[in-house]
Design a protein around this ligand. Structure first.
Ligand code: A2P
Length: 321
């Protein structure tokens, strides 16, 4: 199945449906990626903090070497970790990612978070004795963006963007950027539709990618919020629309995003669900469906990934929420 694409300012097409790999373990990812590539996914989203770039690199190399896939048909996204926000950090981390992914260039490189951590060896999440994350308050977004632009000039990535930044932070970067901010990756799903941010991005020609587009049950469980935060998949409105179109609830939740030109990167390691999640291009939600789904928005109250799992992170001057 060929997924629909959106066009970035550099003229490159980004598949609107990507394969999310956050919370996929190394062990399960090889088979999951094989299934995803066979199902037609070409856009793969990763990050050093997911600790799975090596595995992705192995699978991509195998597919490319066997001739089953061409590099130019893939759209690979990774990110500068919060420990890389310092002079030389961006070039160091992009080289590490390219090496792990066994690629000579990325399609899109993002600054993963607006806040920064101290660099302590290779520790991606350095903490003090009390378990507080070691924040680095010397964050300089403009200097970071200049470093990002250098990676485009060096041919190491075709486009650059941001993740988890708020509107004020993005506006500041935009006012100094020489290369376009091509993409913003944020938590976005039926319960947290981020309408203002989506509209801001549209005005500024920034493509929006929804992470946790299915409401990230994995993280909800990890945070012990299973009872408190309801599942989108169990919502009666979503279930009824799914029945009407003979689709699954997950397919409705994803279609709701991509039909609005929002890129979605669902994660699954289950072969049936991997297939289901890309099987979205043979139906359309009608106006009534869209209206009903829009009414499920709970605003920021429905944010799941608030980064409070990094103890003390709210003390960072660039904490975005
Ligand atoms: P699994 O990997 O076992 O399929 P998100 O992308 O919002 O973070 O959601 C990922 C979570 O949703 C994972 O727990 C994943 O589990 C589950 N998931 C992915 N696809 C589907 C689907 N089609 N139906 C139900 N659950 C899904």
């Amino acid at each position: 199945m060929t997924a629909k694409t959106i066009t970035l300012p550099n003229g490159r097409n980004m598949p609107i449906l990507g394969f999310g790999t956050w919370q996929a373990t190394k062990e399960e990812l090889t088979a999951a990626l094989d299934n995803a590539l066979a199902a037609g996914y070409r856009h793969i989203d990763t990050a050093p903090v997911y600790e799975n770039e090596e595995v992705i690199g192995e699978v991509l190399e195998r597919w490319i070497h066997s001739g089953k896939i061409k590099r130019e048909d893939l759209f690979i996204v990774t990110k500068v970790p919060p420990t890389g926000h310092r002079p030389g950090g961006v070039s160091k981390w992009i080289d590490k990612s390219l090496n792990a992914l066994r690629l000579s260039y990325l399609d899109l490189y993002l600054i993963h978070t607006p806040f920064s951590f101290e660099e302590v060896g290779d520790d991606l999440h350095p903490k003090d004795e009390e378990g507080n994350i070691k924040i680095d308050t010397n964050t300089d977004h403009l200097a970071m963006w200049q470093e990002m632009e250098k990676q485009v000039a060096a041919g190491k990535t075709l486009a650059i963007g941001l993740s988890n930044f708020n509107e004020k932070q993005i506006t500041r970067v935009l006012s100094h950027a020489k290369q376009p901010v091509s993409n913003l990756q944020i938590e976005l799903h039926v319960y947290f539709q981020q309408k203002e941010m989506v509209s801001f991005c549209r005005k500024n020609n920034i493509a929006v990618t929804a992470y946790s587009p299915l409401g990230t049950r994995g993280l909800v469980k990890m945070l012990g919020q299973d009872e408190k935060i309801p599942s989108i998949m169990d919502n009666s409105v979503v279930i009824n629309i799914a029945k009407k179109h003979q689709k699954t609830s997950a397919q409705i939740a994803l279609k709701f995003l991509i039909q609005q030109n929002i890129v979605a990167i669902p994660k699954s390691t289950n072969p049936v669900r991997i297939q289901d999640n890309i099987n979205l291009f043979d139906f359309e939600l009608d106006k009534e469906d869209l209206k009903e789904l829009e009414s499920l928005d709970r605003g920021t109250a429905a944010r799941i990934c608030d980064f409070n799992f990094f103890k003390g992170i709210r003390n960072h001057p660039e904490f975005p929420f």
